[in-house]
Ligand binder design. Structure first.
Ligand SMILES: Cc1ncc(COP(=O)(O)O)c(C=O)c1O
Length: 414
């Protein structure tokens, strides 16, 4: 331990710290030496803020999309979009799926969040249940409850790489379950559900003809596996109950442009479009034309994002591997890692409080992360590697120091 500390702070300070630590008074609430140690370990120069918490990457706007938007703005009169979106964009999106989809099934929305909310408002009757395998994106819960539904978490285990077996799914479905909600690739774990896994789950859901299956595929092109991420729309939909939500702010780098969409059976799509007409606005035409250009150039844009992410992904995985007692798996998709820091939680605190305290100690060292409790499991943390490599290196260095400080405090019983 002192060897590690000495590496960062020198032997003299490490021994002085150890000596000071030894004379501290043990506190019933846990290792309250942490602030003292972290104050010693983390120089004030390191306290400027770095965020690995953002859900949005550091990607440049694709030139083809920017040019399309500029052209439309410069052309004088903007086209007035239908509430459900410009026909050309709806058509292009429909054409992008393997199975036959028509433009009437596509609704363009102000971001994926709006697509989800329109969908939940349309499908959920009061207090109906949405089965949500967890960990999952923290935004789903609020969207569901604000739409009048209830979230039923289905906890999955990191030990099995978040596998969702048909038996687990079947046991969790009840007559009150209206929607099964998946995200693939999963935010925050980066887990990609394969074609075989999806098929096995859909073999279960087909036995529940009233159940809707909703797949949020907003990270679908950000995958480092050998196979493309399967879309729910690649599979047979025996009861017309499959819905996909997607958007442009992740895989296609249109961050802040507010373009998302849903693809649903025609009647559901029409009801969602009616909701949007009544409560919101069509996405502005320049943004839709930018999205159309991005759709047409999707493979090239995604290839560029993946090339940009490769080095930071490799660095993130290497840095995590160097942290003792932090299992982290190999996330295949998204630009997140979801490591397990449970070994560093303060004992005797309730799990959520201990997780919040850990996250606060990272924050104190100037690193913002997402507390895994917001996605399901306390003690895990979501870290984005869609940041410059130097920023990531510095953030992981600080995290390592905080863990060393916590380990030292724990070893010393303070
Ligand atoms: C899984 C998932 N769905 C939807 C959204 C919202 O996307 P948008 O920015 O298009 O509203 C996010 C944003 O973080 C997300 O992670």
């Amino acid at each position: 331990m002192y060897l590690c500390l000495a590496k960062y702070m020198g032997w003299g300070r490490a021994f002085a710290l150890a000596h000071r630590a030894r004379i501290c008074t043990p506190q019933p609430s846990g290792p309250t030496l942490h602030p003292l140690i972290s104050a010693q370990l983390i120089p004030s120069a390191m306290r400027d803020k770095i965020s690995l918490a953002s859900g949005y990457g550091n990607f440049a706007v694709p030139a083809v999309a920017a040019e399309a938007a500029i052209r439309s703005i410069s052309s004088g009169t903007l086209p007035v979009s239908d509430a459900a979106g410009l026909p050309a964009l709806r058509e292009a999106l429909a054409q992008g799926y393997q199975r036959p989809i028509t433009a009437t099934q596509v609704v363009v929305t102000p971001g994926a969040k709006s697509a989800l909310f329109a969908l939940f408002k349309t499908l959920l009757r009061p207090q109906e249940e949405v089965l949500l395998p967890t960990p999952n994106w923290f935004g789903f819960g609020e969207l569901i409850t604000r739409a009048g539904g209830r979230v039923c978490p289905l906890p999955l285990s990191s030990e099995s790489n978040y596998a969702l077996t048909p038996a687990q799914l079947e046991a969790a479905l009840t007559p009150q379950t209206r929607i099964l909600l998946l995200s693939n690739p999963n935010n925050p774990t980066g887990r990609v559900y394969t074609r075989q896994e999806m098929q096995a789950l859909l073999d279960v859901t087909r036995r529940f003809p009233e159940l809707y299956v909703v797949s949020d595929e907003i990270y679908h092109l950000i995958t480092f596996g050998a196979e493309p991420v399967p879309s729910l729309l690649d599979f047979e939909d025996p009861h017309e109950r499959h819905v996909v939500v997607n958007g442009y702010s992740k895989s296609l780098a249109l961050i802040g442009w507010g373009v998302g969409y849903l693809v649903a059976p025609a009647a559901v799509a029409a009801a969602c479009a009616a909701w949007q007409f009544a409560t919101s606005v069509a996405v502005p035409a320049p943004n839709q034309l930018a999205a159309l250009a991005a759709t047409q150039a999707a493979s090239a844009i995604a290839a560029e994002l993946l090339a940009q992410l490769q080095p930071t992904r490799a660095r993130m995985l290497a840095e995590l591997a160097a942290l003792p007692h932090v299992p982290h798996g190999q996330p295949e998709g998204t630009y997140y890692a979801f490591p397990d820091f449970r070994a560093y939680l303060t004992p005797h605190l309730p799990a959520a409080a201990a997780a919040a305290e850990l996250v606060a100690s990272f924050q104190e060292a100037g690193v913002q992360v997402v507390d895994g409790s917001s996605c399901g499991p306390p003690g895990f943390v979501r870290l984005s590697y869609a940041v410059p490599e130097e920023t990531l290196r510095e953030a992981m260095h600080r995290i390592a120091l905080v863990l060393q400080a916590r380990q030292l405090a724990s070893d010393l019983g303070c």
